[in-house]
Design a protein around this ligand. Structure first.
Ligand code: BMA
Length: 335
């Protein structure tokens, strides 16, 4: 059974107001031998912004800003910017995050050409109430009752964990997103296609867009995209999070799957066990207990460094051999 080798804590909260409650769930991307590192910084009262660090190599922090890089400016993100992910496609950095307005949690996008100066592009997921979603999604598909259990609130559909693939596939931009309990997949030629009419049609065929559903005990409650998929010769290596409920509350673990390179809707393989489980004190006890929430990776040779929020309070790193992980996945092919 393959498990990530834990390297321990990498980043902790500081006394600075914007990050005095927690630092977690970072977006990471290599730039030469450096890593640009965008993390969720939480101020007491649960107000989040995006902090910035630079790493030299996978584990050495050489620069850390004392002010957030991105912070609330618009109504749709008035209560916080959470859980960023980043990719670079055709010289443009795509940084996605969950925009939280106090009632709605929806995927938003900011883009940049230098990785430092970002232009906010607004929400990129549907802005629809749950009854409308349910009506559309139930037209051609038997909607898992968990969709109702997790989403039937008195506000807009929550759609989080927006994660782009790091390159176009057959000319299209692909991104994962998560309406509980599943992970869904969007493919478009251009982001301008994401109109209300697009989402109406997409939900009408929801069953065709679900790429990952819970399968194993450790992910039985729901799943969510984690880090941007890593391209390997055998498929897109996806590190995602799986959640299961215990008498102590939800437990968040890191999981691995392999998706088809040309058609990521096809799951090639999935591990029947998690690769990253809360065990250490900073994972088991935190602002939220029992959370390992992977959101970024960096490839150095055969080593996959995995960056994750631990206990919703600190950021930790794990390392795994890509060859060993892919081989283990190939031993667990999905039918
Ligand atoms: C999710 C998000 C993450 C968090 C996780 C565990 O819903 O809020 O930011 O790390 O829960 O609490």
């Amino acid at each position: 059974m393959i498990r990530i080798k834990k390297e321990g804590e990498l980043l902790k909260p500081t006394a600075l107001e914007f990050e005095n409650e927690g630092v977690l769930n970072p977006a990471t991307i290599r730039k030469g031998d450096d890593i640009l590192f965008y993390y969720r910084a939480v101020e007491k009262g649960n107000h989040s912004s995006i902090g910035f660090c630079r790493l030299s190599g996978p584990l050495t922090v050489t620069e850390r800003w004392t002010k957030p890089l991105l912070f609330p400016e618009h109504d749709y993100e008035a209560q916080g910017l959470e859980d960023p992910r980043v990719v670079k496609i055709d010289d443009v950095y795509y940084l996605t995050y969950t925009a939280w307005d106090g009632a709605n949690a929806c995927g938003a996008l900011a883009t940049s050409t230098d990785g430092i100066h970002f232009e906010k592009k607004g929400l990129i997921v549907a802005q629809m109430d749950f009854p409308r979603f349910k009506k559309l999604a139930s037209t051609n598909f038997t909607l898992n009752e968990k969709y109702t259990v997790y989403n039937d609130f008195n506000h807009r559909l929550w759609d989080k964990d927006v994660v782009f693939f790091p390159r176009r596939i057959n000319g299209k931009l692909y991104f994962l997103h998560r309406i509980k309990p599943d992970v869904q997949l969007v493919a478009v030629n251009d982001l301008s296609e994401l109109t209300p009419a697009f989402w109406e049609d997409y939900f009408l065929h929801l069953g065709d867009h679900i790429v990952l559903s819970s399968k194993h005990a450790h992910e039985v409650s729901y799943v969510g995209a984690g880090a941007p998929p890593v391209e390997t010769a055998h498929g897109w290596l996806l590190i995602y999070h799986g959640v299961h409920e215990t008498k102590h509350g939800y437990v968040y673990v890191g999981c691995a799957a392999l998706l088809d390179l040309n058609d990521p809707m096809k799951e090639i393989a999935r591990l029947p066990h998690p690769i990253l489980v809360p065990e250490r004190v900073w994972e088991v006890r935190g602002d939220v207990d029992n959370v390992c929430f992977p959101t970024g990776t960096a490839v150095f040779g055969d080593a996959l460094y995995i960056y994750y929020g631990a206990g919703d309070e600190v950021i930790a790193t794990g390392i795994v051999s890509i060859t060993e992980l892919v081989n283990e996945l190939l031993a667990h092919k999905s039918v």
